[in-house]
Write a protein that binds this ligand. Structure first.
Ligand SMILES: *[C@@H]1O[C@H](CO)[C@@H](O)[C@H](O)[C@H]1NC(C)=O
Ligand SMILES: *[C@@H]1O[C@H](CO)[C@@H](O)[C@H](O)[C@H]1NC(C)=O
Ligand SMILES: *[C@@H]1O[C@H](CO)[C@@H](O)[C@H](O)[C@H]1NC(C)=O
Ligand SMILES: *[C@@H]1O[C@H](CO)[C@@H](O)[C@H](O)[C@H]1NC(C)=O
Length: 181
């Protein structure tokens, strides 16, 4: 086993216990979780999603909603309430929706853009990768260029709690406005 594979395996085990822990939290979502501050659990979960290490399925089914009331300052998405069926990632994506509500409550728009798209891509990591040519990168460029998200890159960088995601947005902004040679 390469050290990379070993690292991945150890991380996977850690993630599985995190998911079980999060699932317990989800049950109390309406009562308290939606009003939560950004916590260490939130930061760890977001980092796992951003870095693509949350690569297991939870093998449960259900319908995932992001309602307009959840989108808060991300009004661009209000008209487009998200409703999707997942064949095997229900509790994983439910946790992401809970994180989205926390990000919304705290006006962390940079996090919200990532979490919304993560759900929209049904929990697939590949389209959400931090590569400059990923589907997610194309989506963000389009949101910004068409004014669907009516703020600048500095704003979404400053409303992102994850350093890798912030770096991704910063790099994308230089692609959006290439410096003329
Ligand atoms: C569930 O998530 C995994 C990655 O965690 C992904 O490989 C898989 O395709 C997803 N399943 C569906 C039905 O989207
Ligand atoms: C989900 O189901 C697949 C196929 O049956 C199995 O290989 C995998 O270990 C299961 N994952 C979990 C987290 O139970
Ligand atoms: C979102 O909308 C669906 C469908 O109308 C509803 O079942 C669900 O309870 C709503 N969720 C929230 C958090 O309001
Ligand atoms: C952004 O670009 C810098 C400099 O090229 C690089 O070190 C960093 O890894 C990039 N960030 C992401 C998220 O790809």
């Amino acid at each position: 086993m390469t050290s990379d594979a070993m690292r991945r395996w150890i991380i996977s085990l850690a993630i599985f216990s995190l998911i079980l822990k999060c699932s317990a939290i989800t049950a109390d979502y309406a009562a308290s979780f939606s009003m939560s501050a950004i916590t260490a659990d939130y930061a760890t979960s977001l980092s796992m999603l951003v870095n693509g290490v949350l690569d297991l399925t939870t093998n449960d089914t259900g319908i995932i909603y992001i309602n307009s009331t959840d989108t808060g300052s991300l009004t661009a998405f209000n008209y487009d309430n998200l409703e999707l069926y997942t064949g095997d990632n229900f509790s994983k994506l439910s946790n992401v929706v809970d994180m989205f509500a926390i990000a919304s409550y705290n006006d962390m728009m940079g996090d919200m853009i990532f979490l919304y798209n993560y759900v929209a891509y049904n929990g697939y990591h590949e389209p959400m990768s931090m590569a400059m040519d990923s589907d997610f990168a194309g989506d963000v460029l389009e949101y910004m260029q068409t004014g669907v998200i009516n703020v600048d890159y500095t704003y979404i960088v400053s409303t992102t709690t994850d350093p890798t995601l912030a770096s991704f947005y910063t790099n994308l902004s230089t692609q959006s406005n290439p410096i003329m040679q």
